[in-house]
Design a binder for this molecule. Structure first.
Ligand code: GLU
Length: 315
């Protein structure tokens, strides 16, 4: 889908890419506000992509629920909406390019086999680095289940706008990682890279839970000859005192019982304050559109905090 307004060579193109696995929640509200404000701050485009690729996790009706919530909060996106479920051909074409260049190979390992063969300790996220068992060809008797991309010990480095310089040794962190899953679905890492390139996204603003995905995506961008966007990872939203948020407290949609006509402005202001911004007192009681217009003028990425906290909103 081509945005109605074609980006010029140096125009900022940001995007918001929710997964319709549940209603919009506080974390995705912060990602929506942050990505919108950052794109509009630079007079850029803000695109919307529905990440409905992981069909077993998609909840019917949630894509529309998210869109209605965004509209009720005054958001307007540029161009049409990309849906990953429509884009299998593009992911397959990228996979074939990577197979042809020898960067991707079929893997016949089950999770249990990988866990048994892994010698390296797991990283903090409990991830086992794939011990590259199928890298030099499927061992006899094994059938292709998934497809993996080769990684090396050469560090992937990037500068995150909020978190600063980052450096990852992918061979130690995850090893050769999956780009097409054993259930036949394309992996998030490949889909995002293909979609960001096709949409011309050059600014990726999203939650810090995705930080460890970024070096994997940069690795794929380089193999596929795509530009690397600017990255900006936003702090995670917790409950008060660092507690985990319950699904119920977290949900923000109209169908979850929120009165967005009354609370929408307060939610946007809470998200902006959470992101370190200082909307003036005159914004209290302003409409959602007015608050987003203020953010588009005044949002300052230098104020975004690096640490998780709760959303300063009391419904
Ligand atoms: N779909 C992902 C999520 O909802 C976001 C992916 C991205 O922004 O790259 O967590």
């Amino acid at each position: 889908m081509i945005p109605e307004q074609m980006p010029s060579a140096n125009m900022t193109v940001g995007r918001f890419a929710p997964s319709p696995t549940g209603p919009l929640h506080t974390g995705s509200l912060v990602a929506a506000v942050g990505s919108y404000a950052m794109a509009k701050r630079y007079r850029g485009l803000w695109l919307l992509r529905m990440e409905d690729l992981d069909t077993p996790r998609v909840v019917p009706g949630m894509a529309d629920d998210i869109l209605r919530t965004l509209e009720a909060l005054g958001f307007a996106w540029d161009g049409g909406i990309i849906r990953q479920s429509d884009r299998t051909d593009a992911y397959q074409a990228a996979l074939e390019r990577l197979l042809a260049s020898g960067d991707v190979y079929p893997c016949g390992c089950s999770r249990a086999e990988i866990a048994r063969a892994a010698t390296a300790p797991h990283d903090g996220e409990g991830e086992v680095a794939y011990p590259n068992l199928c890298r030099n060809g499927l061992p006899p008797g094994k059938e292709a289940r998934a497809y993996r991309v080769k990684v090396s010990h050469v560090p992937v480095t990037f500068r995150d706008l909020v978190l600063g310089e980052k450096r990852y040794d992918l061979a130690s962190v995850c090893g050769d990682f999956v780009v097409k899953r054993a259930d036949g679905l394309f992996a998030y890492q490949l889909a995002v890279v293909v979609d960001d390139a096709e949409q011309g996204a050059n600014q990726v603003v999203r939650g810090a839970d995705l930080l460890s995905s970024t070096p994997r995506q940069i690795h794929l961008q380089r193999l596929l000859g795509f530009e690397t966007p600017v990255y900006c990872h936003l702090p995670l939203v917790t409950g008060p005192g660092g507690a985990k948020l319950s699904k119920r407290d977290n949900a923000l949609s109209l169908d979850s019982g929120r009165n967005l006509a009354a609370d929408g402005g307060g939610l946007l202001l809470a998200a902006l304050r959470f992101l370190g911004q200082q909307p003036p007192p005159s914004m209290s009681g302003a409409s959602c559109r007015e608050i987003l217009a203020w953010a588009a003028d005044a949002f300052d990425p230098a104020l975004i905090p690096t640490v998780p906290s709760s959303l300063p909103f009391s419904p």
